[in-house]
Design a protein around this ligand. Structure first.
Ligand SMILES: O=C(O)CCC(=O)C(=O)O
Ligand SMILES: [Fe+2]
Length: 398
């Protein structure tokens, strides 16, 4: 969803230190101890307790009595099963054309441009496409899924060693505004690139190969990221580095592992609320077996099929702005399954802190007026918008 990682690694929320965690676990309600901590520690303790409560709530799947805070009063699909919705027919792009200089890329670039922009001509326009031949072997994709599942299977106390109330680590996104309805999910979020920005204290020690697998995967995605942004620029007949220059190099990427426990009422609860990604682009690795991603097109929700070895690529809101609306950032959501757990891994890129994002020269002219104001990335703003059901890109519109 919202790739609310702030450019430099310290954030207003980054006060969690695993050091005080044992105190929280064993004395959840001790007011005297709360008093002896600073206000920040007390607030952190409250956040920790609320996360523990949400873990308990999300684990309690037997029954209809879900806490009201998770329920969407109008239902997810007008009261019907969201898995009855039709599938979307997502264009498939062969990235091999962009990495191999000897192939004729013209047609594939045109397909890429059309996938990112022509969906936009009908109502909301949702460019969402699955990429094949992406240079990330299926064995590696499986390893990434496996290490996250192994992490989830650890005893709670061990997982909570990576707990955070901030933007990085295991937990829930910080609440920065009144949330309308809570999401039926948890996440593990880690900055992966550039390496200097990694906060290793949040990277799980177990399973033992977690760090190595995520390092390998993110190194490949870093390369793929630049390939895709260059191809996108070329598809619009622009200098290939124009988007990369504007967001700043090297690219800042993170990994957001989503975990959606089963829920008895998939017709009333969402894993992630409708949103477009507050990113440049997002690579999304889906669960191999359990479907859950849905995308809004022409005012109607569609299911995205599970294609085990493909990655979904979402255009983020910053790409929509830089492309002066030529590319659209799709609105999507995650539904939950009544019996099966689901995971996904979103790998978003974000602009460097302080870089100004605006429609690039070459896409603004008299016939084609500038559609968006200049803006600077702010993760907290994106999160606030998400939590109140709004999109930053709509407010950046002139
Ligand atoms: O779980 C999914 O399929 C969607 C995840 C997503 O949209 C996100 O993390 O931004
Ligand atoms: Fe998303």
């Amino acid at each position: 969803m919202l790739y609310t990682l702030i450019g430099n690694s310290s954030t207003p929320f980054a006060i969690c230190q695993c050091a005080w965690f044992p105190w929280k676990l064993h004395n959840r309600t001790s007011s005297s101890q709360v008093a002896s901590h600073s206000r920040a520690a007390a607030a952190a303790a409250a956040a920790a307790n609320s996360f523990m409560d949400s873990l308990t709530e999300l684990a309690a799947v037997g029954g209809e009595n879900l806490p009201a805070k998770y329920i969407h009063p109008d239902g997810i699909n007008g009261g019907k099963d969201p898995f009855l919705l039709p599938f979307i027919d997502i264009p498939v792009i062969d990235v091999g054309h962009f990495t191999n200089p000897s192939t004729d890329t013209g047609k594939e670039l045109e397909k890429l441009r059309a996938a990112l922009s022509s969906y936009g001509c009908i109502l909301m326009g949702h460019p969402l496409f699955q990429i094949i031949n992406h240079g990330v072997e299926s064995l590696l994709l499986d390893k990434v899924r496996t290490v996250f599942k192994q992490f989830l299977a650890l005893p709670t106390e061990q997982k909570l060693e990576c707990w955070t109330e901030g933007f990085q680590g295991y937990g829930s996104d910080p609440l920065v505004t009144d949330v309308m309805v809570h999401d039926w999910s948890h996440r593990l979020r880690l900055i992966t690139c550039p390496e200097e920005m990694r906060q290793m204290k949040y990277w799980p020690e177990n399973p033992k190969n977690f760090k190595e697998v995520l390092h390998e995967y993110s190194t490949k995605l870093q390369v793929l990221h630049d390939v895709m942004l260059k191809a996108m620029a070329k598809s619009l007949k622009l200098d290939e580095s124009v988007f990369l220059r504007m967001i700043g190099e090297p690219v800042i990427m993170s990994a957001r592992f989503n975990f959606y426990p089963p829920c008895p009422r998939p017709d009333q609860v969402l894993g992630l609320k409708p949103h477009s990604d507050g990113t440049v682009i997002t690579f999304l690795l889906q669960d191999k077996e359990v479907e859950g991603l849905q995308v809004l097109k022409d005012g109607q929700w569609f299911r995205v099929p599970v294609i085990p070895d493909a990655l979904v690529l979402n255009a983020g809101e910053h790409l929509e702005i830089m492309s002066n609306g030529e590319f659209k950032s799709p609105i999507h959501r995650a539904v939950v399954n009544s019996e099966r757990k689901r995971i996904s891994l979103a790998a978003p890129s974000i602009p460097h802190d302080g870089n100004e994002i605006e429609p690039v020269e070459g896409l603004v002219s008299e016939e084609r007026p500038r559609l968006f104001r200049k803006m600077k990335y702010n993760g907290r703003t994106h999160l606030r918008y998400y939590q109140s059901g709004r999109r930053v890109v709509d407010d950046a519109r002139i």
